[in-house]
Design a protein around this ligand. Structure first.
Ligand code: FRU
Length: 467
């Protein structure tokens, strides 16, 4: 049975919840977050008719992973965002257990959404439909229904369509799990968005020399940038290494070349997309000016998320900042979009010994720091970054057990650009060679202090609120 109309309860949840969320000292001042309930994946990221649109997985009714809708923001400048009418609700048989993740395209001037209708059965099994919806004149979306049923040879875990246009045809990558419970990415092609041909598996566990690479690949995204075709994905079940893939679920990418004619994707090894504690399900889009932009969910669906203190205030999770991707030597570099500089207040500088630097207000801060390393950055005694000559180590206590947990970026860091909000820190390393994104829940006022005898050159700005 299709779920009953959730709208009245959602309206009430927003009216009751929003004041509480906005009064929470951990509610972001300049990152996107839900006004109540749970936010997860970014969806449908696109620049359409000049304006940016970002949709997201949203449960308005609570902080659990239930009742997934597509909510919708838009922006002229990637900094200031406005709420748009709710785009999709799980109110049809074919999406009754959630309007799951997907993408947006410009189909001849019509803003069109492609998403997964998730259907669960009483015996614990599920199926999935890849569905279409188009924008109407009220700014909402009309569902057109399912275009793709579950392909043969796969479990009910087939989802997260990312669609793009190439040589006059539509292409789609889909995350999938085969009947041997191996994670895969499928490539499909269509002339009209309705009739799709499954061209086959282009990457996954056991393919192209990858070995065992997990049981389900979520949220694939494929694009060409510079000299490479990248496949971003979230391969669930990839083994934790000593210093990599330490989150419950990782976000990674492959770099290679896609031959559309023979449906061959030649690629190298996995690389981690973000080495912090919270980063998942990123999505990219090609902006009108040619930039490849990325936004991710600064969260991970793990056992600890419900212990975040914001849950007591009725909301959970936020997006990362908007980032620009570039390709250098086959690697993806990520940097905050230039537009975010509009949030900067007056520039300040400090050069000298790290430990002699005055403490900074860490709540809304951008800090650019150059050093030869061997120093520690302490974020409100809640998160610390140890900068060593051949690695960065980020430390935070488990919300569950109180023990220290660590995340690593391996390499020689010379320069960090650190963007802080009220409960998040994003550390961009060497002009985007690496990133570590993490939430933290400091007491306010939160201070950032440096320790260690190393020399540092810094520039910093307090960041204005814009949400
Ligand atoms: C990733 C994910 C997607 C799914 C969505 C549901 O976080 O599990 O695979 O479409 O979230 O909210």
């Amino acid at each position: 049975m299709a779920s009953t109309n959730l709208l009245p309860a959602m309206l009430q949840a927003v009216m009751k919840g929003q004041p509480k969320a906005l009064a929470d000292p951990h509610y972001p001042a300049w990152h996107l977050a839900p006004v109540t309930g749970l936010l997860n994946d970014p969806n449908g990221f696109i620049q359409f008719a000049g304006r940016y649109h970002l949709f997201y997985q949203w449960n308005a009714l609570g902080c659990q992973h239930l009742h997934k809708c597509w909510a919708h923001w838009s922006s002229a400048d990637l900094v200031h965002w406005q709420h748009e009418p709710l785009a999709l609700m799980p109110d049809e048989e074919y999406d009754r257990n959630g309007c799951y993740s997907g993408s947006a395209i410009d189909n001849n001037g019509v803003l069109t959404l492609c998403y997964t209708g998730n259907v669960k059965f009483d015996d614990g099994s599920r199926t999935a439909w890849q569905c279409l919806a188009v924008q109407n004149s009220d700014g909402g979306f009309d569902k057109l229904g399912p275009a793709i049923p579950l392909p043969h040879g796969y479990s009910g875990h087939v989802r997260d369509p990312k669609v793009w246009r190439h040589d006059g045809q539509w292409y789609m990558v889909l995350g999938a799990q085969d009947l041997q419970l191996q994670g895969k990415v499928l490539l499909l092609r269509s002339e009209n968005l309705w009739n799709w041909q499954n061209l086959g598996e282009i990457a996954g566990s056991g393919l192209n020399g990858l070995g065992d690479a997990g049981y389900m690949w979520e949220c694939p995204d494929m694009f060409t940038l510079g000299n490479c075709t990248f496949l971003i994905c979230c391969p669930q079940g990839v083994a934790h290494e000593e210093k990599r893939y330490l989150n419950t679920y990782p976000s990674a990418y492959l770099s290679g070349t896609l031959d559309y004619a023979s449906v061959q994707y030649q690629h190298g090894e996995f690389a981690e997309l973000d080495a912090g504690f919270e980063f998942y399900a990123p999505q990219t889009t090609l902006a009108d000016d040619g930039r490849r932009l990325l936004v991710g969910w600064m969260g991970v669906p793990d056992g600890e998320e419900m212990l975040q203190p914001t849950v007591a205030n009725g909301w959970i999770h936020q997006m990362t900042c908007l980032r620009e991707l570039t390709e250098r030597n086959g690697k993806l570099y990520q940097q905050p979009v230039a537009e975010l500089q509009a949030l900067r207040g007056e520039e300040q500088c400090y050069c000298g010994m790290a430990e002699a630097m005055p403490a900074l207000e860490a709540e809304q801060l951008e800090l650019v720091l150059e050093s030869k390393g061997e120093l520690t950055l302490n974020f409100a005694d809640t998160l610390t970054l140890e900068w060593r000559c051949n690695e960065l180590r980020l430390a935070r206590r488990s919300l569950q057990t109180g023990e220290w947990l660590y995340r690593y970026w391996r390499g020689s860091a010379q320069k960090l650009q650190i963007l802080c909000d009220r409960s998040s820190v994003e550390i961009f390393i060497n002009d985007g060679e690496g990133v570590m994104s993490s939430r933290y829940f400091p007491r306010h006022p939160a201070q950032l202090t440096l320790r260690g005898g190393a020399e540092v050159q810094t520039h910093y700005w307090s960041l204005r609120s814009c949400m």
